[in-house]
Structures are given as C-alpha cells and as structure tokens.
Write a protein that binds this ligand. Structure first.
Ligand code: FEO
Length: 175
C-alpha cells in the first residue's frame, strides 16, 4: 500500500503521460498532412509508447491498492511550421517530463517509499534515452539541411525508426 500523497503524484504523472500521447498524436496528424509519412509514423509510435508509460503507472497504482484518478487531458499546441519545430518542441516537452519524473521521485523519497522509488527507476532511465534520441534527430536534421532532399532523407530515417519501435511494441504484446 502506498501513501495518499504518493498515489496522487503518480496519478498526476499518469495524466502527463496521457497528455504526451495526445501531444504526439497531434504531431503525427500534422506530419501526415504535410506529406511526411515517416515522421507521421514516428510520432504515432511515440503516441503508442506514451500510452504504455501511462499504463505502467495505472497498473502500479492499482497493484499498490490505491485509486486511479483520471483528470482532464489538456489540449496540445498545434500549428507547427515543420519537422524542425516539432522535434525542437518534442525535446522541450521531454525535458519537462524528465523534471516531472524527478519531482515524483522526490515525493517517493520523502515518503520513504522504497517500492515506488524502484518502480520509478525505469522512468528515470527512459527519460535519458528519450532526450538523447530526440537530440540526435535534431542534430542530424541540421546536418542534412532540413529541407528538400535533407527532409526526404530524414523522413525515411524516421520511417525506419518507427518500424523498429513498432516491432518492439509487437514483441512486448506477444511475449
Ligand atoms: Fe513518457 Fe516521453 O515520456
């Protein structure tokens, strides 16, 4: 059983992960509307990944005998100028999620809740990978120029990454 304060903080993080899913779904839609299929598939894979993060928390809260509380999901920003802006905003967004995971860890530490601290280790590690991946994509987009053929190459690369992400998700489901 976890303390009420820890359960509340976990429920808030659940909401942030659901917002992240929604945020990436909007980017997936925009990417498709501008003909960037690879980017659209990559953001869609992120949409699925974020729902998985949220559901990890959902499952943990229930397993700890606490209540799952569902809050409204905010409307994400829309109206992007292109892939470069979407990737920059993705990095910015993931940094806020990292901060939020760190704050959540502080709540668990203050509550001397060792089980929740262990549970959150996965999220701490995941955030390192998420920020690094997006930072790398931004650097590569700059390298290829960010327009015309460069954009086309980047779109193909995102398609390949999305295929790997989808295969990993499928493997998890069938495991
Ligand atoms: Fe669930 Fe991208 O953080």
């Amino acid at each position: 059983m976890i303390k009420e304060k820890v359960a509340q903080a976990l429920n808030q993080q659940f909401n942030k992960e659901m917002f992240s899913a929604y945020f990436y779904l909007g980017m997936s839609a925009h990417s498709e509307s501008i003909g960037m299929r690879g980017a659209s598939h990559w953001f869609m894979a992120k949409f699925v990944e974020e729902q998985d993060h949220a559901m990890k928390i959902y499952r943990y809260v229930l397993e700890q005998g606490a209540e799952v509380e569902l809050f409204s999901v905010d409307k994400p920003d829309q109206g992007w100028s292109g892939l470069s802006e979407m990737l920059e905003r993705t990095l910015e967004h993931e940094r806020t999620v990292t901060q939020s995971v760190n704050d959540l860890m502080d709540v668990a530490v203050e509550a001397r809740d060792h089980a929740t601290q262990i549970f959150l280790h996965w999220f701490v590690t995941e955030q390192i990978e998420e920020e690094a991946t997006v930072g790398d994509l931004i650097a590569r987009l700059k390298l290829v120029g960010g327009k015309d053929e460069g954009l086309y190459l980047m779109d193909n690369e995102l398609e390949a990454i999305a295929a790997r992400m989808n295969a990993a998700t499928a493997a998890k489901i069938t495991a």
